[in-house]
Design a protein around this ligand. Structure first.
Ligand code: PGA
Ligand code: ZN
Length: 466
């Protein structure tokens, strides 16, 4: 320890105190008054004895990977890899077989071989001390900018499995191993996607997602209850109106409605019928139009019966947030409509959360540029968009440094893996979207939050709430 450290004031010294226990080294006092075991977690060396992958199905009946890892102590973990449909052009690239005789070319047998061959060879045997070193090794091994050689689906599955193995080795819940410095863990507001359109349904509805956000709920279990009760009220209402209650890819209803405002009327009615207040004190609404999917080659946005310029689209949103309790809009404009995004942010950014997804792709460098350009005020965070847990956490750090909010997200193709619930809790970002309050792969995430609420002492809601 150098002389500089000795001159530190007593308070600062206290923060770096290490306490030796019978089990190992712990960090100093955590903000919440508990010891922060992260320091311990990163010091627990991990030696992998088996790293395998299996081709399984995702929730849309497409092949994906289940990565399995076993360590020297015989501990086993798995990670299910998600996959999107409305992907940003700069996302990390999934590797698929392209053999049209199997799953129409979507098989992942070669990706399985990449995990069990090259990746296992590189990562087995060596003693790993932290996730960041593992992820850097994966990035270097792949050697491409978009992780397309080994496959982002292979890399993200391995990264998630290692994150789990480190937490298990340290004897802490996954979310605690993902905690970030000064930000306290908290239970996020679940965003329930209850009406599906766009690339997730075949109903002629341009906007991809209409989400319920129980911002005013006192805790997660009441938020989940609100989501389920409004979902049931909406189903009854659609049925009574003679509309389809068939589901889209994320478990939301996919009625044949073409104008987004018509859906918003239904949602406000359903919120009221279920006995909740529509708005930020009760159940608010969030939108993910995923506008890249309905922008035509001539630059116009095709919504229901109209073709709108970027400026007209912005005014449509302004009217929507005026009339309906919409608190957040994701991908309101297309990823290549930079100018439109700046104008949208200037017009609505003070009162509405504007989330970048297709344009930000959870990429720290891209988000940094977007902040510089004045685009949006929040980012969607998806592990497989960037391809490692470490880079995902970096993207969150960039957002935080810039005052941008973060919403952790599933993909339209999911497994029952609930990693993102712990990611949302540990990073304390306050927002998680995981589809409808229905279907096993969607509710797995919400149920994990309910269990964490029961087992741990955690606050609920957007950051800043008590
Ligand atoms: P995707 O959609 O998983 O199909 O890309 C989710 C989203 O756009 O947020
Ligand atoms: Zn999106």
């Amino acid at each position: 320890m150098g002389p500089g450290r000795e001159r530190e004031p007593p308070a600062a010294r206290k923060r770096v105190t290490r306490i030796r226990t019978s089990e190992g080294w712990y960090g100093g006092e955590h903000r919440s008054g508990r010891r922060n075991p992260l320091a311990y977690a990163v010091r627990m060396p991990l030696r992998v004895t088996a790293l395998t992958a299996t081709e399984i199905l995702d929730s849309r009946s497409r092949p994906t990977l289940l990565v399995s890892l076993e360590d020297e102590a015989g501990r086993k973990v798995t990670a299910g890899v998600p996959s999107g449909a409305s992907t940003g052009s700069r996302e990390a690239v999934e590797r698929r077989d392209g053999d049209v005789d199997r799953y129409g070319g979507l098989g992942v047998q070669r990706t399985v071989m990449a995990v069990e061959g090259e990746i296992a060879e590189r990562l087995s045997g060596e003693e790993w001390r932290d996730l960041e070193s593992v992820d850097r090794a994966l990035i270097t091994l792949d050697g491409t900018d978009d992780k397309g050689r080994l496959g982002a689906n292979a890399i993200v599955g391995v990264s998630m499995a290692f994150a789990r193995a480190f937490a298990l080795g340290a004897g802490i819940p996954l979310y605690r191993s993902l905690e970030r410095g000064s930000v306290a863990s908290r239970l996020p507001v679940p965003h329930f996607n209850v009406v599906n359109g766009g690339a997730h349904a075949q109903n002629g509805l341009a906007f991809q997602e209409f989400l319920l956000a129980p911002l005013g709920a006192p805790n997660v279990r009441e938020a989940v209850r609100a989501g389920a009760e409004v979902y049931a009220a909406l189903k009854a209402r659609l049925h009574a109106d003679g509309m389809s209650t068939g589901l889209g890819d994320e478990g939301g209803f996919a009625p044949a409605i073409s104008e987004p405002e018509q859906v918003l009327v239904l949602l406000v009615d359903a919120i009221g019928e279920a006995g909740y207040a529509a708005g930020r004190d009760g159940v608010a609404i969030a939108l993910d139009p995923a506008a890249s999917e309905f922008r035509r080659d001539d630059g116009l946005y095709e919504v229901g019966g109209s073709a709108l310029s970027s400026g007209e689209m912005i005014e449509r949103y302004a009217a929507i947030v005026d009339r309906y309790p919409v608190w957040s809009i994701e991908d309101g404009l297309a990823e290549d409509d930079q100018e439109g995004w700046v104008a949208l942010t200037e017009r609505l950014g003070d009162g509405v959360q504007l989330v970048g997804d297709d344009n930000f792709v959870t990429n720290p460098a891209i988000i940094r540029d977007a902040v510089e350009a004045g685009i949006g005020n929040a980012a969607l965070i998806k592990l497989n968009q960037v391809g490692t847990v470490t880079e995902t956490l970096e993207a969150i750090d960039v957002c935080r440094g810039a005052g941008y909010a973060q919403m952790i997200s599933h993909r339209s193709g999911e497994t029952t893996d609930d990693f993102i619930s712990d990611l949302a809790v540990g990073t304390g970002c306050g927002q998680l979207k995981s589809g409808a309050p229905a279907r096993g792969e969607r509710v797995a995430k919400y149920n994990r939050l309910i269990v964490l609420e029961r087992e741990e002492r955690l606050s609920y809601g957007l950051p800043g709430r008590p």
